[in-house]
Design a protein around this ligand. Structure first.
Ligand SMILES: [Zn+2]
Length: 171
């Protein structure tokens, strides 16, 4: 029995062959649908009119389109960065975070405006200063770079001491 992927692949293959065989007809049909420049201007005006008459619905549509564009750009940027945490290989894009390889201060960050919607465009232009990290590795990097407040004593010792205390209560 064929898998779903296999069937879909077959289907795409058949569609591709159909488009090849009927290239001329399909092109002519597309031209007919597009209409004349005059017709297109009428349609554009109708669209503008509808937008003026339905500002709220129009806003909803615009927002949805913006969001779609945002996610597409983000996905492309993640793809460029390898879609994986560079330290441990974790690859669930839902939690991966963009990290500046060389740490930058808040002022620099504001100046670059990297951390707004421009971040994805910036990465697509030049991904070299960036990498993806999972939340755990990102946190470890911050601790290593002393970007987080350090406890006075080593927290690992405190943790192991506490577990030893727990085990020793039977005595
Ligand atoms: Zn990681």
């Amino acid at each position: 029995m064929y898998s779903k992927e296999h069937r879909l692949e077959k289907q795409r293959e058949a569609q591709r062959r159909y488009r090849e065989r009927h290239a001329e007809e399909l092109k002519a049909a597309a031209e007919r649908v597009k209409g004349t420049e005059e017709q297109r201007e009428i349609w554009r005006e109708k669209t503008r009119q509808w937008r003026r008459q339905n500002p709220e619905a129009n806003l909803r549509i615009q927002r949805k389109a913006d969001l779609k564009r945002y996610h597409a750009t983000k996905a492309a940027a993640f793809e460029k960065l390898g879609n994986t945490c560079v330290r441990c290989g974790f690859d669930d894009a839902r939690v991966l975070q963009v990290d500046h390889i060389v740490a930058i201060g808040d002022t620099e960050r504001r100046r670059l405006k990297h951390f707004g919607k421009n971040l994805w465009a910036t990465i697509l232009q030049d991904s070299a200063p960036f990498q993806l990290l999972c939340p755990t590795c990102n946190w470890i990097k911050r601790v290593e770079n002393k970007e987080v407040r350090q406890p006075k004593s080593d927290s690992r010792i405190t943790t192991s001491a506490r577990s030893t205390d727990g085990a020793g209560t039977k005595e």
